[in-house]
Design a protein around this ligand. Structure first.
Ligand code: HEM
Length: 151
């Protein structure tokens, strides 16, 4: 594992991300923009699943939010991976980073299970529990993402 990490730290891409004055701020800015769009749109859908009110059509909200959720997630994962590639030796040993990746895996598994049983249509007690789990797990991802710099 450490050989792979050492190799990664020696790549031209790694040197560019950590070496060019403009690269790191730009990538981190896009990371923040990506996860803000992702979590903002997802929160609206999760809150609607939790809410018993029928004023907002859940299926229509889900269709409207999906491109923002998937686009934001793609930008967050791509830019997060670039930051990891820029300082792999530092981040691979960072417990806050490790916890964050574990929480991202749990949150994505929860989302896949929600959609596998068509939670948007059912909107039943299980779907509400999954929506609550989604809010808690992504809030923890945000927290550990911020903690990385302090550990
Ligand atoms: C959608 C999921 C994600 C969310 C919600 C998220 C959230 C965050 C947050 C809140 C920060 C702190 C930003 C700041 O205040 O400067 C951060 C930083 C960071 N994230 Fe993510 N992130 C996500 C995905 C990823 C992925 C997949 C990776 C890597 C594979 C990653 C790697 C990083 C790194 C390396 C930092 C910089 C830490 C530092 O030195 O300050 N993130 N992320």
């Amino acid at each position: 594992m450490s050989q792979v990490i050492d190799w990664l730290a020696g790549t031209a891409l790694s040197r560019l991300v950590r070496g060019e004055a403009w690269a790191w701020p730009l990538v981190e800015l896009l990371h923040i923009a990506g996860f803000s769009a992702f979590i903002g749109a997802l929160l609206l859908v999760d809150l609607r699943v939790l809410a018993t009110s029928r004023t907002v059509d859940l299926a229509a909200l889900g269709r409207f939010a999906r491109p923002v959720i998937l686009g934001g997630l793609a930008v967050a994962v791509l830019t997060g991976s670039l930051m990891f590639i820029g300082r792999p030796i530092e981040y691979v040993a960072n417990p806050a980073f490790q916890a964050k990746l574990l929480l991202i895996a749990l949150a994505l598994a929860n989302a896949l299970a929600f959609h596998a049983r068509d939670g948007i249509v059912r909107a039943d007690a299980v779907a509400r529990a999954q929506a609550l789990a989604s809010i808690v797990l992504w809030a923890l991802v945000l927290g550990f993402g911020r903690f990385i710099a302090y550990v």
